[in-house]
Design a protein around this ligand. Structure first.
Ligand code: EZ4
Ligand code: CO
Length: 402
């Protein structure tokens, strides 16, 4: 089999998505997600100018070899843009392999290790009461695990908390807008918030929280310790983990489970965290973390250190990425939980998914490969619109440094 053509499809059905489509002389095409929120065109150009010309004529069945060709062969290893491009190629090749062998991707990864994939929903609100209403909604929808975020009194617009009634979308059209932050108010508020959530919803609901890299290791240690009575499923990104050693301080002070890695793009971002057992869940997404091929290796290494997967699944990652993630979630032994933020209806005019949610779990059908269809005519109806993630300033105007 040979690759005969490949192209990048950029569309904006409510938000931007970048998709790589690779086609072969066998008449089989594969799709890969290449969306890097706020930097979509950088990945599209990387693929169009450098990767696609090098793919033509290659045998798409040699996925491992092609992965290393684009990772090692370019000399400039790692980085989000490069790794997102490699991820898209990798996903498209696995999609082709599944279609060529007429079998779903999970079957090529060792088969199913479980009946369904436990997922968590997002509950948010500008204040405590509205947040509690949103938790109720998610529980009514059948979720057994809920991530809880709320506006903080005296802090204004906070990352990850949409304006009342609007869906959660961190990127805003145009150049970055600005949000505010105050760590002292945040640290005082979050334990009270979880105390209230436990009071209303009891002990059985799994609760998660995302600190979005806003704390120093010492602040994070205090937060993790003060959250212990509320038995979180996890505390996510308590610190920015560029300094992996920073997690030692957090770990030494608390038994609250820790989840990190949604911004990681290589196993080398994880090695200290894994080998010293400093975290409990690894959040690396397929789309920015080298695709199925690299995630399998990350999950395998994590499993040696009692670390489970908790793959990133926000709406800025396309349905192709979510489906590919679900295949991995089904297959790996050390699966923990999968993030699930349902895409807007408009997104499904372009991407027809092969998965569904039921009573707290997600399921995937047996369509071959990754199994998501892309409607190119519909995609063309929604041209790219520049959008960026916000910057974050402390109340005195200082750009928050983490
Ligand atoms: O901020 O995907 O846990 N989920 C998250 C996400 C990320 C966005 C960034 O593009 O933190 O909402
Ligand atoms: Co996060």
């Amino acid at each position: 089999m040979k690759i005969t053509s490949a192209k990048v499809i950029v569309c904006c059905p409510g938000r931007n998505f970048v998709t790589l489509k690779i086609c072969t002389d066998a008449g089989i095409c594969g799709l890969g997600d290449a969306t890097l929120n706020g930097r979509e065109k950088a990945v599209a150009t990387y693929l169009e100018e450098y990767c696609i010309p090098a793919l033509i004529g290659k045998d798409p069945r040699n996925i491992e070899d092609l992965w290393h060709y684009f990772y090692k062969g370019v000399y400039w290893k790692r980085g989000s843009v490069t790794m997102t491009a490699i991820s898209a190629i990798d996903m498209a090749l696995w999609d082709i392999k599944g279609k060529a062998l007429n079998t779903p991707l999970y079957n090529l990864l060792g088969g199913k290790s479980r009946q369904g994939v436990l997922v968590y929903a997002h509950a948010t609100g500008p204040n405590l009461e509205q947040m509690l209403e949103d938790v109720s909604k998610k529980v009514e929808q059948g979720y057994q695990a809920v991530r809880v975020q709320s506006g903080i009194p005296g802090v204004g617009r906070v990352y990850g908390v949409p304006k009342s009634g609007q869906p959660y979308e961190p990127a805003q059209k145009g150049l970055p807008h600005e949000e505010s932050w105050d760590t002292a108010r945040y640290l005082n508020f979050v334990p009270k918030m979880f105390s209230r959530v436990r009071e209303v919803f009891g002990e059985d609901l799994h609760l998660l929280h995302d600190a979005h890299h806003r704390c120093t290791p010492n602040e994070a240690a205090r937060l993790a310790r003060e959250l212990e009575p509320f038995h979180l499923f996890w505390l996510e990104d308590p610190v920015s983990a560029e300094l992996q050693e920073g997690l030692r301080l957090v770990r030494q002070h608390s038994t609250t489970p820790l989840a990190l890695g949604e911004v990681f793009n290589s196993v080398y971002d994880c090695t200290t965290l894994f080998s010293e057992q400093l975290i409990d869940y690894i959040r690396m997404p397929l789309v920015h973390g080298g695709g199925v091929t690299h995630l399998q290796k990350v999950a395998a290494l994590a499993s040696l250190y009692h670390i489970q997967t908790g793959i990133h699944g926000a709406t800025d990652l396309s349905p192709i990425n979510l489906a590919a993630s679900l295949h991995v979630d089904f297959a790996v032994n050390n699966f923990g939980i999968q993030e699930h933020m349902p895409h807007a209806e408009m997104v499904h005019e372009v991407f027809q998914p092969n998965y569904h949610f039921e009573k707290g779990f997600m399921y995937i059908n047996d369509a071959p490969g990754i199994g998501v269809e892309l409607n190119e005519e519909q995609a063309a109806q929604y041209p790219y619109q520049m959008a960026c993630l916000p910057v974050n300033r402390k109340l005195d105007g200082t750009l928050h440094y983490w």
